[in-house]
Write a protein that binds this ligand. Structure first.
Ligand SMILES: Cc1cc2nc3c(=O)[nH]c(=O)nc-3n(C[C@H](O)[C@H](O)[C@H](O)COP(=O)(O)OP(=O)(O)OC[C@H]3O[C@@H](n4cnc5c(N)ncnc54)[C@H](O)[C@@H]3O)c2cc1C
Length: 341
């Protein structure tokens, strides 16, 4: 379909102009709806957007630069509500590992163990992304006038100061979070004999895998076997791009464990906005809905490797403080999203 496109309600509108209006923030709400969306990136955010648009009767096509299953460096720990959503939306029947408590370690010493009010869920990203991909009712639309959405994950060459890694390690009983200077590690129990270890480390702290193993041992008293898989540089921040979901829109500090949850909710939010012909206000709404996550993430990122890192210690040590922070972080976003989605 070229040139002017037919939009539901019989209104004609040139979509490429609209995209430019959205990008520049000059678009005004209109009473018409897109009929075709091109989603670039088929990770969690892209898949959820595709599915939510389909639910609302809007055609979309998914495009990824790699074929699935594909490797994705991730801790693989989902919040309970994210898991409930994915399970129902994509009819996931595979067993998962439930996590009922979290232990925190500060420079190698255990400082707390909190039982969780509701379980978290470990799922291998390889398996999860493949399942989502296989549930896709693919459409091979290739309309040059489609509304384009960026779901490509962390921008390549973002020039960030952190790098992510994952590896297998000795089994653990509950979720373990280990904090050190310029490094933050999460270890999750899995359904297999080994635990899943994922961490971020400041780029300036190492040159090669041997350095990493040394830091993990000297700083955190952790050892791991087997190959180490890494990712590109990560910058924890907010994108200026209007029509973006998941990490392409906002990368949260992994300390918060909100990456996949944000991917899901931002995609649901955008689907809702597209279906009500309000894509132009998605950017503003996103900023509002996720402002706590954004601000807290920036705060944690700034403080984590500063001389004030010790300020985080009471927060993770004290159960009441920890869960107060958790609830505070989730409160606003949830309220708004529950209404919208
Ligand atoms: C070490 C580490 C541990 C983490 N642990 C957790 C955790 O335990 N829990 C949690 O919730 N979050 C965690 N996260 C964050 C989480 O992985 C991300 O927030 C989440 O994967 C974002 O999903 P997404 O769909 O936006 O991006 P992705 O899952 O990265 O998907 C993006 C897709 O876009 C594709 N793509 C890229 N470029 C192009 C292109 N040019 N054209 C087409 N396609 C393209 C990619 O191939 C990919 O398939 C962790 C991150 C790291 C680095």
């Amino acid at each position: 379909m070229m040139g002017n496109v037919s939009l539901r309600g019989g209104v004609q509108r040139r979509r490429s102009n609209l995209c430019a209006e959205i990008a520049s923030g000059t678009a005004s709400p209109r009473n018409d709806t897109y009929i075709n969306v091109r989603i670039e990136g088929a990770g969690i955010a892209g898949q959820v957007l595709h599915r939510e648009l389909e639910k609302r009767g809007i055609a979309s096509s998914l495009h990824d630069r790699v074929s699935f299953p594909r490797e994705k460096v991730c801790g693989g720990v989902l919040q309970w509500d994210s898991w409930q959503y994915l399970k129902a939306a994509f009819q996931i029947s595979e067993p998962v590992r439930l996590i009922h408590s979290v232990s925190h370690f500060w420079r190698g010493k255990k400082i707390s163990n909190h039982s969780l009010p509701e379980p978290m869920v470990y799922i291998s990203r390889w398996a999860l992304d493949e399942t989502l991909y296989s549930r896709q009712r693919s459409s091979s639309l290739n309309d040059p006038d489609s509304l384009r959405v960026n779901a490509k994950g962390i921008p390549v060459g973002a020039g960030g100061e952190w790098i992510g890694f994952q590896a297998a390690c000795d089994p653990v009983q509950d979720l373990e979070m280990h904090y050190g200077r310029g490094i933050c590690v999460g270890i999750s129990p899995t359904l297999g004999p080994e635990a899943h270890l994922a961490f971020i480390v400041k780029r300036e702290r190492f040159r090669n895998a041997e350095d990493l193993k040394k830091i993990l041992w000297e700083e955190l008293r952790l050892k791991f076997d087997g190959p180490l898989k890494g990712t590109g540089r990560i910058h924890y921040g907010y994108s200026r791009e209007s029509l973006a979901v998941g990490d392409a829109k906002m990368v949260t500090f992994p300390f918060l464990g909100l990456g996949m949850k944000h991917a899901i909710f931002s995609a649901r939010l955008l689907a809702e906005k597209i279906s009500t012909d309000e894509a132009q206000v998605y950017d503003r709404t996103h900023r509002h809905v996720f402002r706590r996550w954004r601000l807290f993430s920036a705060f944690i990122g700034a403080i984590y490797d500063s001389p004030f890192q010790f300020l985080l210690r009471p927060l993770i040590r004290n159960r009441a403080l920890f869960f107060w922070m958790y609830r505070w972080l989730h409160r606003d976003g949830f309220g708004v999203l529950n209404v919208l989605c």
